[in-house]
Design a protein around this ligand. Structure first.
Ligand code: PLP
Ligand code: SF4
Length: 348
């Protein structure tokens, strides 16, 4: 297993992950979108080549050079709701603090791929301004640390930000969106665990994971350390063609997450980021997969399938509808086998 992350096209080719014949086109991809794959993820690749569901997430692909007309530089409209640099405040009660733009890996389908990797950590004066906005906005009850990946920062820096958020009385909750427990599990060490337990605030961690093969023994051990430390764990998964876009693969992933005390939270429809068309399914395919999962796996394993609307209009559920009102108080309800039932709503 290599000691260092793979960050260049030539390292990817030397590792047997990309064909040398693609070198020139992959260099073009690399000029637009940074490359980084950690040793843990290299070790999780089971079949060399782009068909592997872990490799497909991190190894650059010539298809990234194709930009479809509908693809956008800011696919979910982060910039539409940014009161100060580094802060996205779209919903009244919660705000996102982009504490860093760096990640431990660069996912080829990233919805923030135009900005991740660029600036590194938010400069101190911008952190000050963002925290001042939060402190001056009593409606904000939850602060979501994302990036980039907030856990690339040292435990000392995370503890410092937590301590400052701890001092803002109207903030109840900090949510951390991260891939670190999977892609660099060794970073979840005692210092990091301590940093994630501020004096007053409740911290929830939302793990980004897309395939059961990512949940290596080391990753499972890191998740166990977090759960044992009392940190509630949720997950988000991106629906990705060539990685996980079928019911069997997602059933395996969601069951593995639940076994590791992680509750599947969101299944994201793949956003319209530039050069990601080869990953994207149709919404109908996503709904069919969700319908097949319902009833087949425990309800505790099921996430909500969501679309983040372009333009900053927020997330909306896409789960297939099961209930249809056909007359006042008369509903047609579809069960998990697809059979329809009449239901009279006595309170209508
Ligand atoms: C996704 C997102 C959130 C969190 O939404 P939840 O539905 O609470 O998980 C908050 N703010 C922004 C800007 C987001 O994109
Ligand atoms: S870890 Fe998240 S923010 Fe970072 S590259 Fe992957 S999808 Fe993008």
């Amino acid at each position: 297993m290599p000691e260092r992350p793979l960050t260049t096209v030539s390292q990817m080719i030397a590792a047997g992950l990309a064909p040398s014949g693609d070198a020139a086109r992959l260099e073009q991809v690399a000029a637009g979108f940074r490359i980084r794959m950690t040793p843990a993820m290299r070790a999780a690749v089971q079949t060399d080549g782009p068909a592997d569901p872990v490799a497909a997430q991190f190894v650059p692909d010539p298809r990234e050079l194709i930009t479809r007309p509908e693809e956008l530089a800011d696919p979910i409209g982060d910039e539409a709701h940014s009161p100060v640099p580094g802060l996205t405040h779209r919903y009244p009660d919660r705000a996102i603090l982009h504490i860093t733009r760096s990640c431990e890996v660069y996912c080829r389908f990233c919805f923030r791929r135009e900005v991740v990797g660029d600036e590194g950590t938010l400069p101190a004066r911008e952190i000050d301004a963002a925290l001042a906005h939060i402190a001056a906005t009593p409606a904000i009850r939850e602060v979501i640390l994302t990036g980039g990946d907030p856990l690339v920062l040292s435990a000392r820096r995370i503890a410092a930000v937590m301590a400052r958020l701890d001092g803002i009385a109207h903030v109840d909750l900090v949510r951390i969106h991260t891939r670190i427990p999977v892609v660099a599990p060794g970073r979840i060490d005692p210092a990091m665990l301590a940093a994630l337990r501020p004096a007053r605030l409740t911290v929830w961690l939302v793990l980004h994971s897309n395939h059961a093969n990512e949940l290596t023994p080391d990753a499972c051990a890191a998740l166990a350390r977090l759960a044992d430390a009392g940190i509630p764990l949720l997950s988000q998964t991106v629906l990705l063609r060539g990685v996980n876009a079928d019911a069997d693969t997602l059933a395996d992933l969601f069951r593995a997450l639940i076994r590791n005390r992680v509750k599947p939270y969101y299944l994201h429809h793949c956003d319209l980021a530039r050069g990601t068309g080869h990953f994207r399914t149709s919404i109908t395919e996503g709904q069919e997969i969700m319908a097949r999962l319902r009833g087949r796996i425990s309800g505790t394993c099921l996430p909500q399938y969501v679309l983040d609307l372009p333009g900053g209009h927020g997330k909306v559920p896409l789960d297939p509808g099961h209930a249809q009102q056909v007359a006042p108080g008369r509903w047609l309800i579809r069960d998990w086998r697809g059979k329809t039932h009449d239901y009279r709503d006595p309170d209508a």
